[in-house]
Design a protein around this ligand. Sequence first.
Ligand code: SF4
Ligand code: SF4
Length: 447
Amino acid sequence: MSEGSLEAPTRHPIPWNDPDFYDEEKLDAEMRRVFDVCHSCRRCFNLCDSFPRLFDLVDESKTGELDSVESKDFKHVVDACTLCDMCFMAKCPYVPPHEFDVDFPHLMLRYRAVENRKGEIPTFGQRQLTETDRNGKLAAALAPLANYAAKRGNRMTRPLLEKVAGVHRDAELPKYTSKPFSKRAAPPVNAEAPAHGRKAVIYATCFANYNEAEVGEAARRVLAHNGVETQVVYPECCGMPQMEQGDLSRVADKAKSVAGTLKPYIDDGWDIIALVPSCGLMLKFEWPLLVPDNEEVKQLSAATRDISEYIVDIAKNEGLADGLNALDGPVSVHIACHARAQNMGQKGAQMLRLLPQMDLNVVERCSGHGGSWGVMKENFETGMKVGRPVFRKAKNNGKARYVASECPLAGLHIAQGMEKGQSEGETLPQTVPHPILLVARAYGLMA
Ligand code: SF4
Ligand code: SF4
């Protein structure tokens, strides 16, 4: 096998409008071509469950080669992929522009797009779960009731939810807030701060808007304290949940619509901030690959920053505003896969290192959650298995006082995993839904 490419990886636009993209024979030929490269390479054997499934299929086949693996079994490989992008970003030497042209996650995505077109996915349960805007609006009006029903251990509702929607009865689900982030008042802006003059639109993202509004609240207060004027704009979800289900035309529609809404702000000099790494990845990278000819989507991609990336940028250029105090203990920060996939460095860790006397343990490995994937009945145990090394490392041999993941869903998953492995008398660290909350606490802006 030839050596990997030394050039920076590139990604091809996703040709979801081309009939060939859905041609099952052509898809099968491409799966066999790429799987054969992976079979010879095997670098990704421990990244997730997709690769072990693929290698087991090959090793247990009649010839020990891909030719005797049946195509119907490929689904088993695809179903284990959370689209975390780690094989593409972190491991694979054969990504374009290498002649082998391997983009494993986007091949999984193509398979799902074909399944989606055939009506095989999403299942009823997946569809209900991934309508995040509809669910968020409904649940905000009935937050206590929705949270009661979704609570782990509720023996009346959770078995029902498992039966009707396919959500594993033991999976921790995010709570809803009765006051969405986009409806909360803006904090006063510190006109004395060095970064005074910056202005930023916070794209709330469905998760910060309807679930962990504290993440948005913390970001807004830290930015205001640093002199940044903010507005919260939330036209609709970025479509990552639909992307996971291969519904690419719907994601493309969302891309065009959100980019159109945010355009006047960008033209007027506002930066765009994403609070959740998966949403940032969509705005920066996936949307331009889905609608490569749309200028507004390109403009939005160039204007978008992850919240940690933005704070680090302020620290580097203008310096952070005074008032940061040391936290009351060591922190483990989990660098989410979709933050790594943004190719921006460990910005969550860099941001926390700006706090005085910071004792930081960085955990950079997939937690095994993968959006809505990890809570489904058929995936939950696999997600728990994949995340085990992260659960262990996050505790840092009992040293960590706080665990913060850049991805709030991964944070929930890690908290549950740590709890599952808790030994008698062991004190677990407190999990916070994003490192920005620790910065807000260090400033004394939030409890
Ligand atoms: S994208 Fe992530 S889950 Fe999917 S195959 Fe690659 S490493 Fe595995
Ligand atoms: S995705 Fe790339 S690095 Fe991973 S097993 Fe396949 S060829 Fe090897």
